[in-house]
Design a protein around this ligand. Structure first.
Ligand code: NAD
Length: 357
């Protein structure tokens, strides 16, 4: 198969970690007989420096023309004083909007080899955590009307949380389909005892559950979910939720693994085009030192193969190679343990690539 990938390395450690993911993708292409072609474009602070804007129209067009987008990270102290309309993060929101990326998939996986890194007790994390949060990304209170007015001599603020049935249905379908490809279990997170949007959410999810009889479906309130993620995280397979609940729960879940450098993510549209990136930022404190952990970005590339290119064998090969590197005792500084060998970012990329080849 031939696939066009737009690569947006971005700022800080972005270029170093993305280079490792491309190295691994090249290895997959060679082994499985595919051709991946890459178009590089600027995003974030480096784009502000070179072009005066966080993303140019041309760069946006290369994203739209691609089969998929691989992103490093954007931002850093150098651009903190930029005007709000040209801050590096503006580019991310623009890409999500222009590409219609409404579904954010965030797996939380605690590799058994790294179980010491989890802040939870061993008896709770068991043989490792493996859950996935599907978060609605373009609706809800973040995209509703926001107003602050004066009433009876004091300021009063209102944020509106709109959701339509079609918005809920399209994220619901992504979640059910994803659950089918994983462990076959889906929990829908809402606050249906209080919110109208949640009652519509639950009603729509129940209608879909009738269609997806092979998926074991349950409802769970968001406050209980926050508790259960700490008390018994291994009970979950796929969780689906609206934008703000998903924002908060996915950060909570990511901490269960104790290592932000390991965590991949995918943002999907209604077609096959998606954007894939690690969940961490540009880590300016460790940039250009060849010490960043590239595994979150490499695992994001595996998600690209699975979700945008329908290449499950190839995605499995990357995930298995990452597992083998950890089994063999190699660690970057952020996940270093006694008795293991510390390696840099580029060496970690080589080790994963070798195990695929
Ligand atoms: P961060 O995720 O960049 O870093 C937090 C801590 O984790 C740092 O100590 C860093 O060294 C470490 N870390 C992060 N990724 C790592 C990796 N792969 N390997 C080893 N250690 C790693 O968060 P921050 O410091 O709050 O933000 C830095 C910049 O990144 C800010 O400008 C912020 O706005 C931006 N940011 C961008 C994105 C994105 O591009 N999607 C997301 C979050 C933050």
């Amino acid at each position: 198969m031939e696939k066009k990938i737009t690569v947006l390395p971005g700022d800080g450690i972005g270029p170093e970690i993305v280079a490792q993911a491309v190295k691994v993708l090249d290895c997959v292409a060679e082994k499985f007989g595919h051709t991946f072609t890459y178009t590089y474009a600027d995003i974030g602070g480096c784009s502000i420096d070179r072009h005066g804007v966080p993303i140019t129209k041309e760069a946006m067009q290369t994203c739209k023309d691609a089969d998929s987008v691989l992103l490093g990270a954007v931002g850093g102290p150098k651009w903190d004083s930029c005007a709000p309309e040209i801050r590096p993060e503006k580019a991310l929101l623009a890409v999500r909007k222009e590409l219609g990326l409404f579904a954010n998939l965030r797996p939380t996986k605690l590799f058994p080899q790294l179980s010491d890194a989890s802040p939870l007790k061993q008896e709770i994390v068991g043989q490792g955590i493996d859950l996935l949060i599907v978060r609605e990304l373009t609706g809800g209170v973040y995209f509703g009307e926001h107003t602050t007015t004066e009433k009876n001599g004091e300021l009063c603020a209102v944020d509106i949380m709109p959701y339509s049935e079609s918005e809920i249905e399209r994220i619901g379908r992504v979640a059910f389909e994803t659950a089918r490809k994983r462990g076959g279990k889906l929990a829908s997170v809402d606050k249906a005892n209080v919110l109208d949007t949640s009652r519509l959410w639950r009603k729509t999810m129940h209608r879909l559950a009738e269609e997806y009889q092979d998926v074991t479906y349950s409802d769970i309130l968001v406050d209980n979910t926050a508790m259960q993620l700490i008390k018994n995280p291994t009970q979950f397979d796929v969780l689906v939720t609206e934008n703000m609940f998903g924002d908060i729960l996915s950060d909570e879940a990511s901490m269960l693994t104790g290592s932000i450098g390991m965590m991949p993510s995918a943002s999907l549209s209604s077609g096959t085009l998606g954007m894939y990136e690690p969940i961490h930022g540009s880590a300016p404190d460790i940039a250009e030192q060849d010490i960043a952990n590239p595994l979150g970005t490499i695992l994001s590339a595996a998600m690209m193969l699975r979700y945008s290119f329908d290449m499950p064998k190839e995605a499995d090969a990357i995930e298995a190679a990452v597992n083998r590197v950890l089994d063999d005792g190699y660690r970057t500084g952020d996940i270093m343990q006694d008795g293991c060998q510390q390696v840099g970012c580029s060496k970690m990329g080589d080790l994963v690539a070798q195990r695929i080849a």
